[in-house]
Design a protein around this ligand. Structure first.
Ligand code: GTP
Ligand code: MG
Length: 338
């Protein structure tokens, strides 16, 4: 595993997979030819062959990547000034908006309301858990789940993966703790009756393990299992704190942008630590500090409660801070039988 996981998985593995053209299927008329949108970086003013090469060396293959990385990083990579890099980001964003590849940034309120109401939800089928989110997780959002070992964070990731791939959607799994087990996912698909012994392996093909988001994929879910813990191991000690926090901040920017530009759910899991200053109440808190706290749209705390588990909504711009009971079974996360 390389040092900077944001580089390892989101930047450099992308060489063969990132395509320059995105194809939009027209759903109403099957005979219509596919509309091709030019996503090449050299359509931007001032991006010539040399800059294109520099960008490519850092895994930036198209204008979506330009947006995901943002002006600061693009400026660092290419050596152009920040204003120019910001301009590239701005113009790339505009092209994506004009071609309906991303949500418009200036929607009317009623339009936004309708858009949000009609967003499809990725459900775990554990009703109590899904109930925390009005039925399931939505794209263009970042979800954080934290809790102590064995509380079911990875099982949740697997459960949602099983549900997404059973609908023919793709999942990108960035494994930071070597806990991804295709065998377990296969078992879950069959236990949930989403697949049979015969077609389960075919569904597993929808998971891109350690790959970078690819514009050809129909990505529904990006999982980062154990993302923040990795930094704690690599930047031990107070002396490394600011470097560590900068690296985490950059990763958080990337995943937020990925959720928006790839219109997918991003789910990352986080470890916990015990805060010795808490005298009363629960001393357990997620690691990563404020940078992580602010990066996620929704935060959920997984807690052991005897044999059962509780999912607690800790932070959400739109949901009540409720508890939901679940259990871990062969099916992944499941409702507790009453
Ligand atoms: P860390 O990554 O160590 O922080 O933990 P985690 O929160 O990711 O825990 P994980 O999701 O790996 O959950 C582990 C728990 O799930 C263990 O208590 C297992 O017993 C339980 N588990 C895993 N597979 C099965 C299964 O097939 N059946 C049942 N009943 N439980 C399972
Ligand atoms: Mg885990």
């Amino acid at each position: 595993m390389e040092k900077d996981i944001s580089n390892t998985h989101i930047e450099e593995d992308s060489n063969d997979t990132m395509s320059e053209i995105i194809e939009i299927e027209k759903t109403e008329e099957v005979e219509e030819p596919k509309l091709q949108v030019d996503l090449q970086v050299d359509q931007l003013d001032g991006v010539g062959a040399v800059t294109k090469k520099k960008l490519e060396a850092f895994g930036i293959k198209n204008i979506i990547d330009i947006c995901v990385r943002g002006g600061q990083e693009v400026s660092e990579i290419t050596g152009v000034d920040k204003a120019k890099a910001n301009n590239w980001v701005f113009n790339s964003q505009k092209i994506l908006e004009d071609n309906d590849l991303v949500r418009k940034t200036d929607m009317e309120i009623m339009e936004l309301l309708e858009y949000q109401e009609s967003q499809p939800r990725l459900a775990s089928k554990c009703e109590s858990f899904d109930g925390l989110f009005n039925g399931g997780l939505v794209s263009e959002s970042v979800y954080e789940v934290y809790g102590e070992f064995g509380c079911g964070k990875t099982q949740l990731c697997l459960t949602l993966t099983a549900e997404a791939i059973a609908q023919g959607q793709d999942v990108i799994w960035i494994d930071c703790e070597d806990t991804f087990k295709p065998r377990r996912l296969r078992e879950m698909l069959i236990a949930r009756e989403l697949a049979t012994e015969e077609n389960a392996n075919e569904m597993l093909e929808h998971v891109r393990y350690f790959y970078t988001p690819n514009t050809e994929l129909n990505v529904r879910l990006v999982v980062l299992d154990g993302a923040i813990g990795q930094f704690r191991e690599e930047y031990l000690g107070r002396g490394h704190l600011s470097v560590r926090q900068n690296q985490i901040a950059r990763l958080m920017t990337h995943i937020k942008n990925i959720s928006f530009y790839f219109r997918c759910v991003v789910l990352f899991t986080n470890q916990v630590q015990s805060d010795p200053s808490v005298m009363f109440g629960d001393p357990v808190k997620p690691i990563g500090g404020n940078i992580v706290a602010h990066a996620s749209t929704y935060r959920v705390y997984f807690k052991k409660s005897g044999k059962k588990r509780l999912a607690r909504m800790v932070d959400s711009p739109e949901h009540e801070m409720l508890d939901a009971a679940y259990q871990l079974t062969v099916k992944g996360i499941e409702d507790v039988e009453s």
